[in-house]
Design a protein around this ligand. Structure first.
Ligand SMILES: Nc1ncnc2c1ncn2[C@@H]1O[C@H](COP(=O)(O)OP(=O)(O)O)[C@@H](O)[C@H]1O
Ligand SMILES: [Mg+2]
Length: 239
């Protein structure tokens, strides 16, 4: 079924249970990420931003409600099916790059296509072109330890984009960078969003960055609310 929403959270809730202790992180979360949209989720540390992104990516199970990916219920599928759908439709960028340390930049970017068993020559050409695109054509053979923090994040972004996903989910992708590198990495995400029409959902502490997105949602006291942004002064959710 085709659908103009890439991701939808419906009445989503998460409670962690450890022994007799229950921690409700959030409840009744409802929002939709439209095709090509740039959405920021902001909130204090511990407000549940990473938990929410993990549920949206199908990396964890909700306690209530559901996640739809391209109009299809995603959260109720088996782990294997979610993995396949994630590989086909989503890119994920973490605060700490999560690159494989033993592999070169090129091999890290190639990895999602290897998992898909794509033609290796075509995949290598695509990964090379994408690394050139993010300004790292001269760093193809470098391993993560031989790259700067900003360069590592650019490799992570190239890896997230190599499968032409409908959306990228980024969990504080600039949180570990100096201000200048953070700005460059963020600009790159915006540029790629424009160019490939990939929807971007970014979790950030940085309101200056959040204000450059189409829409801001704030996670607070277990609830998600629209917040006024520079792009959308009314703070209203598009229909
Ligand atoms: N695996 C877990 N078990 C129990 N509690 C957890 C677990 N993961 C996160 N939490 C709790 O959920 C809350 C939200 O965490 P998190 O999503 O990491 O917040 P944020 O990313 O906004 O900093 C925190 O209070 C945290 O302690
Ligand atoms: Mg977090």
């Amino acid at each position: 079924m085709s659908n103009s929403y890439v991701l939808e959270a419906k009445n989503l809730g998460k409670t962690y249970q450890e022994g007799v202790i229950e921690t409700q992180v959030f409840r009744n979360i409802d929002f939709r990420l439209a095709a090509g949209e740039k959405l920021a989720i902001v909130g204090a540390s511990g407000s549940g931003k990473s938990t929410l992104l993990h549920l949206l990516a199908g990396l964890d199970n909700p306690s209530s409600g559901e996640v739809l990916l391209l109009g299809e219920v995603f959260s109720a599928k088996s782990e294997g099916k979610r993995g396949k759908l994630r590989n086909a439709n989503m890119g994920f960028v973490y605060q700490f790059h999560h690159l494989l340390p033993e592999f070169t930049a090129l091999d890290n970017v190639l990895m999602p296509l290897r998992i898909r068993r794509s033609n290796l020559n075509e995949a290598t050409a695509k990964a090379t072109a994408l690394l050139e695109h993010v300004g790292l054509g001269h760093r193809l053979k470098h391993k993560p330890a031989e790259l700067s923090g900003g360069e590592r994040q650019r490799v992570a972004i190239a890896r997230a984009l190599i499968t032409d996903p409908a959306c990228i989910l980024a969990d504080e992708p600039t949180g570990n960078l100096d201000q200048e590198s953070a700005k460059q990495v963020f600009e790159l995400l915006l540029e790629l969003n424009q160019e490939f029409q990939t929807a971007v959902l970014i979790v950030t502490h940085d309101m200056q960055l959040a204000n450059r997105m189409d829409r801001i949602l704030r996670l607070k006291n277990g609830e998600l609310h629209a917040e006024e942004s520079a792009q959308n002064p009314s703070g209203q959710t598009p229909a």
